[in-house]
Design a protein around this ligand. Sequence first.
Ligand SMILES: Cc1ncc(COP(=O)(O)O)c(C=O)c1O
Length: 396
Amino acid sequence: MIHPTAELLFDHEQIRMDLLRQRAFNLRWASVDPGVIPLTAADPDFPCAPEIADAIARYAQDRYLSYAPAEGLSFFREAMAMSYNERKQVNAKPEFVIACDSAAFGIYTVCKAFLKPGDEAIVFNPVDFLFKHSVEAAGAQATLLDVPLDPNDPIDMDRLQQLITPRTKLICLCNPLNPTGKVFTRGELEQLAIIAEQNNLIILSDEIWSDIVYKPSTYISMAAIAAAEQRTIVVTGFSKSYGLAGLRAGAILAFNQTHFDCLMEASGHRSTVHGCNVLAQVAAAAALTEAGEWLNAFVEHLHRMRDFTVNSLNELPGVRCHVPLGCYVAFANITDTGASSEEIHRLWLTEAKVAVVPGLPRWFGSRAENHVRLSFATSATILEEAFDRIKKIQAL
Ligand SMILES: Cc1ncc(COP(=O)(O)O)c(C=O)c1O
């Protein structure tokens, strides 16, 4: 039985298609031909929580939009630390939180802070392209660790050990893992902590998806593993849980003064070359303090959409899809269709008018080939229509 709030907030009627077609870019409604359903970039089709819009309006009405402190507004930093401590049982301190303009910039800042040319960093394969991009932007080299495509399978820790050299400085952890939907177990995080300690590595823990975890799985932050806390930097954001991608808001959580100073230096915030704008911080703080009910209802809705999406994919000839434990993307193996991911992408786009993300190495790494990724952060009506269309062409 779905909670009435989830039913109401995430009903198809809530979606403003006219506004999405004007405002949702990055491979989505405003970037595709009319008539195409874009199950592409992971960005919800629903409007954000009303509490967030109210907070932005209240702040803007005062008509003072002055510079914020370089590390972020104190109420944002407090809200971030408090919400992390309550929800994820970590010991985050507001004075070590940095507001930044997106999780993407958070990842980049951590790489810039802890890597120099000639260094190496462990990056999963497959994973979102941002990690390899940021490691290389810092002049370092990404060493790719193949991770299981089935989210229930464990990471091969022996293989990880083998890949570490004296030049390795950083492990890039993406938990939950986009695109496979893996949620790391406490045991796996503890093993990672031991390996990081033995090799004196920093752990960049991207936790942007950490609120989107489906029962009975539970989320454990890398920073909640006591042995790893002092070598962990958490990066998180507001695009996935709260649908605020266009605000470009994010946060970096350090756990000691040395790391905080190093991150501030790398961020470019003190020179005002970069920084998180005040309205984004106001919105993000409201999300953390006032939109908890909305978020719970969103996850409840997504749980139903996940089940529908995975079942529908598995009914298509030649398509196999594991059930993601976290994230709102389905990562479907299309090997048995005999077509490449780009061919499936093109076929579904032209014949069914449904856009998905092909598993190209530039998006997710080489192990994503023979896969397509679909976002299911939309209404049941839109997903049903998308799969009706795909089923029709599969039947041709
Ligand atoms: C794992 C991961 N990290 C970071 C990001 C980027 O988030 P933001 O919009 O805050 O830059 C994404 C977006 O898809 C993601 O999947």
